[in-house]
Every structure is written in C-alpha cells, then in structure tokens.
Design a protein around this ligand. Sequence first.
Ligand code: KG4
Ligand code: ZN
Length: 394
Amino acid sequence: MYILGIESSCDDTSVALLDCSDDGFVVLAEKTASQVDVHKKYGGVVPELAGRMHAENILPVVEEVMNEWRTSIGDTEKKPDVIAATTGPGLITGLLVGAEVAKNLSYLWNVPMIAMNHIEGHIHSVLLRSSQEEKFQISNFKFPILCLIVSGGHTELVLMRDFGDYDLLGKTRDDAAGEAFDKVGKLLGLEYPGGPKISKLAKDGNTKAIAFPRPMMDSDDYDFSFAGLKTAALYWLRDNSITTIQGKHVSPPFQGGDQEGVKHNTTNSATARPPLTPPWQGGEPQKVSLPDFCATFEQAIVDVLVEKTKRAAKEYHVHTIILGGGVSANPKLRTELQIMIQEMPQAQLLVPSPQYSMDNGAMIAAAAYMKAKKKEFTEWQDVVVNPNWEVYDK
Ligand code: KG4
Ligand code: ZN
C-alpha cells in the first residue's frame, strides 16, 4: 500500500511516500523543509511565522516527493493509495496548511484520506528503518506497549494495548522535557533548539556538579513537571557562574551581557527575585564548566523520565517500551533506557532511527497504515484540525 504522509504541526514541513506492508515499511521518497533558521532568531517557534513558512514550502515539498517517486517507477500519473496528514495536536497555523493540502489532493485524486494524530505518528516512528537495516515487521509490536513520548510540546506516558487503543498514564503538568531543554539552552545563550546542543555539551560533563532537583520523581502517579527544574537552572545561573574550558567565568546573556564574572544586580524581572539559599549554595557561589552544567541538567531530566517509565513498565507488565518524540534523539536517555531494559527480560525497547526522532512525514504515513488496513478513512469534507487532540481520544 502506497501512503503519502504529510506533517506540519510544528516547524518542519515534511512529506514522505512509503510502501507499507505487514512485512515492513520502505520510504520511497521523502523531503523536509526545516524552519529552524527562521525561528532561531526568536529563540523558539513563532506560530504565525510557522504558518506562513508551511504555506510557502508545502507544495514544492509535495511536488518533489511525488516527482521522485513517479520518476523512480516510470509512471508520471501514479497516485498513492492513501493520503495521511497530521491534524493534531500542534500549532493550528501549521496543522491547517498540511490538512488543507491533503484535503485538496484527496478530492482531486479521489484518494481516501486519514486524519493522523501527531503522537501516534511518533509512536510508529520506531517502525521506520534506514535503507540498509532489516525491515521491521509489525508483528514485532508485542502488546501491551508503554510509550514514552518526549518532545518540545509533549511529555507523556501512554499505554498502548493494541493498534489504535491508547490510555494516558501521565503527562507533564507544565513544560515538556524538550521545552525545558530549549528554554535552558536559551538561558545559556545557545541557539534554538537548545536540546541537541545541551546534549552534545553534556557528553564531556560531570553529571553530579550541581544539586538540581528531580521534580515529581517520587510522586505517586505518572505525571511530570519540568517548569521547576527550569527555574532551578535559572536561579543557579543567577547565583553562580559558568567557567569556560580556559577557566574564564562567563555569565549567561540574561545577566546583562557581562561576559566576565557574575553580576548579582540584575534588572531582568525574572531574576530580580529575592536571593534564595538553594541547596547547591553553601554560602559561596559555585563555578562550574558549561559541559558540567549541561550534564547535570540533562541527568536530572533523564532520571525522572527513566524512573517513571520503569515504574509504569513494571506495574502494567508491558512487553515493549517505545521511546518517541524529538528528545528520543538524546543519547543519555537512550543509554539509560537500554540499561533499564536489561532488568526486564520480558520486555524489549524500541527507539526510532535518529533520522526519524524528529518530526517527519514518514512516521505519519507508517501510523496511517494501521488505520488504512481497517479502512478508518475520513471524508475530506469532514476533516477538522484539533490543536489539542489527545492520542487516547477517538
Ligand atoms: O518531536 P519534535 O521534533 O517536535 C515536537 O513535536 O515538539 O521535538 C523537538 C524537540 C525540541 O525541544 C528539541 O530540543 C528536542 O526535541 N531535542 C532534544 C535532542 N534532540 C532534539 N532534546 C534533548 N536532547 C537531544 N539530543
Ligand atoms: Zn513531534
């Protein structure tokens, strides 16, 4: 079954054409137009700009994918069997663009359409393999499955009892893990998105340099909270200093741009609160290297994610754990989950190939295959986007 997948829920316009079967998924053509260079000037995704960029990019991207596929099979009129587009959750400005293009193509080509949930796409991203790797058969999905979805907009533990059958076990009550990475990256003066930059710097760092909290790690539920950790990082940067490798002290940009030494008389309203006596500060300000800061911050996030995943996997006796979403590219998180799974002989860990960790059209097509088999199509006239669509809501 040939499926065209369209993803535009955040800042990537991504389209892919897949050959899908129970024996595996072959990506025949794919193209992503990233908007990172535009948004990084603002330190995060600007929804209005994202919508405009999606509108500019989507038709050339669809055309390129279709041309590549049609040329490869020598049939310039060939149409896919199904068109799938992300219709939620995400930014309404982007969702509308992808959904409208898919609706138009569905009407013009007379091809059935599937409205896909973005989180369901991330879950199915583990089915995709780079061309050299052995194909992944869907029978390898051993239920029940625990899905840890961590991205810039989401941090959720979802129990998947079967294809299309989801229960939410817990989610973040405030910031998503990727959002915390990105916001702290911004405090450090790193370019958006900060997650990949922090994880790269963290590779050479000491994970115990700072006593960062592990928010909600021991709470009696599967919810998360990362806003407090982000604030702890903000206060630490206000009260202490980062040293460069040469031993020079630098203060982050929000402290007024002073690049040497810590400035305590800040004017930024977020930092102008009364001084705290946080656990890391035994009177004297700390001096910590940037890699150590990043490694400690990353470790705090990973500890909470792994601990809650471990507990849920045991409670629900799952046979598979799926890691998905942009933060699944984080090597520390991958390694710690791999270590955790060794203690669970009944369970397997599935992670996406790095190229399919971030938002992509291929994962939308792969997830749509399961629905197409059951003929769960939506007439193009009835497709509505829903920025808050939860994966467990039908
Ligand atoms: O799934 P995704 O592409 O978009 C959303 O649906 O949000 O995820 C993007 C998020 C960003 O917050 C980015 O900083 C984070 O994934 N991310 C990482 C890493 N690579 C991407 N976070 C931590 N470590 C990484 N290596
Ligand atoms: Zn995503």
